[in-house]
Design a protein around this ligand. Structure first.
Ligand SMILES: C[S@@+](CC[C@H](N)C(=O)[O-])C[C@H]1O[C@@H](n2cnc3c(N)ncnc32)[C@H](O)[C@@H]1O
Length: 316
């Protein structure tokens, strides 16, 4: 799948004019040859749906085959566990407008922030690891993108301190809430990102991980404008000879805080898998012996905060 770009917006025009061949300086005959419909845009997107045929690169299907990661426009493979930038290109193109603010509560190496600025949006990112937050600040500075991004070094499950820091950053951009929420949490303990107790990858059980994740979702929900969208990128895991459906469990936690599920996208991971050669043969052997299949996909859950919010969904 190639990189999606919004086509340049033509100014809506009225009737096209054509000057007749027979026209002279005295008599000019002007015939209308067609009327272009006015632009029709949705409240959360710059896509002109009247020109839908022109958005060939914008995905509308639920299976995303992304072969190879974007390594240009400031993107690089500099963090184990970072996401493919094209996911952000797709989501931000369809669900945000120019100058909108994207909130990422697991910033990592800053993929969402870089892509937000590439597409003319702004970003606020929260990352627990101080060294990572500093690294991204420096990277954005070098790329001339730091003005459009606010980075907070903090715990996204801490609604008090981190909530206030996000509100200050929103104010900096003259906004009260964000227009898109991006969540790419650790896939439980698959990659340990730090030694911190607040790090979701250090939760000592799936339930503990989900509890922490739900706290983060609550903060994201509160900070998001009603009617706007959220994207959750996550994969499942195996433990104790059993598949743990982390994706669906996390989706359910987002539902609990009030998000509606709009779509579940399955995305291939063949472009960014690490196992090659002997390692991949070893996995094939283990899969055959263990009676399971090797993950070749992860999910992008597309969620929406309802326009009218009736408060937090009650936990059973
Ligand atoms: C899967 S990575 C995100 C990668 C990111 N999307 C990128 O492209 O670089 C998850 C990140 O969440 C961070 N993290 C874990 N627990 C956190 C918490 N409680 N608050 C904020 N960040 C956290 C980790 O340090 C890690 O950088």
């Amino acid at each position: 799948m190639s990189k999606a770009r919004l086509p340049k917006t033509k100014k809506p025009t009225g009737a096209k004019k054509r000057v007749s061949k027979a026209a002279t300086a005295q008599s000019i005959s002007i015939e209308p040859v067609g009327v272009e419909p006015p632009a029709k845009v949705l409240p959360y997107s710059d896509i002109d749906v009247n020109r839908w045929r022109e958005y060939e690169d914008v995905e509308t299907g639920s299976l995303w085959m992304i072969n190879g990661r974007e390594r240009q426009n400031g993107h690089q493979l500099d963090y184990h566990g970072n996401c493919v930038p094209q996911i952000l290109t797709q989501l931000l193109t369809r669900y945000t407008k120019q100058d909108d603010v994207i909130l990422d509560l697991f910033l990592g190496s800053g993929t969402s922030a870089i892509e937000a600025v590439n597409l003319g949006r702004k970003a606020i990112g929260v990352e627990l690891k101080a060294d990572m937050a500093n690294y991204v600040r420096q990277k954005l500075e070098e790329q001339g993108k730091s003005e459009q991004v606010q980075i907070i070094n903090g715990d996204s499950a801490n609604q008090g301190w981190t909530g206030k820091a996000i509100q200050r950053s929103l104010k900096h951009f003259d906004r009260e809430q964000a227009q898109f929420l991006f969540l790419h949490p650790p896939y439980a303990d698959i990659i340990r990102f730090s030694d911190s107790e607040q790090d979701l990858s250090n939760a000592d059980s799936t339930d503990a991980f989900l509890e922490m994740f739900e706290q983060v979702c609550q903060l994201g929900y509160d900070m998001l404008e009603p009617g706007r969208f959220a994207g959750l990128v996550i994969g499942d895991k195996y433990a104790g000879g059993e598949l743990i459906p982390l994706g669906f469990l996390c989706m359910e936690r987002m539902n609990r805080v009030g998000f509606k599920t709009k779509s579940i996208i399955v995305k291939n991971i063949s472009g960014n898998e690490k196992a090659k050669g002997r390692m991949s043969n070893l996995w094939r052997y283990r899969a055959l012996v263990g009676g399971f299949y090797i993950f070749k996909h992860e999910y992008v859950f597309l969620m929406q905060k309802p326009k009218q919010t009736s408060g937090r969904a009650k936990r059973s």
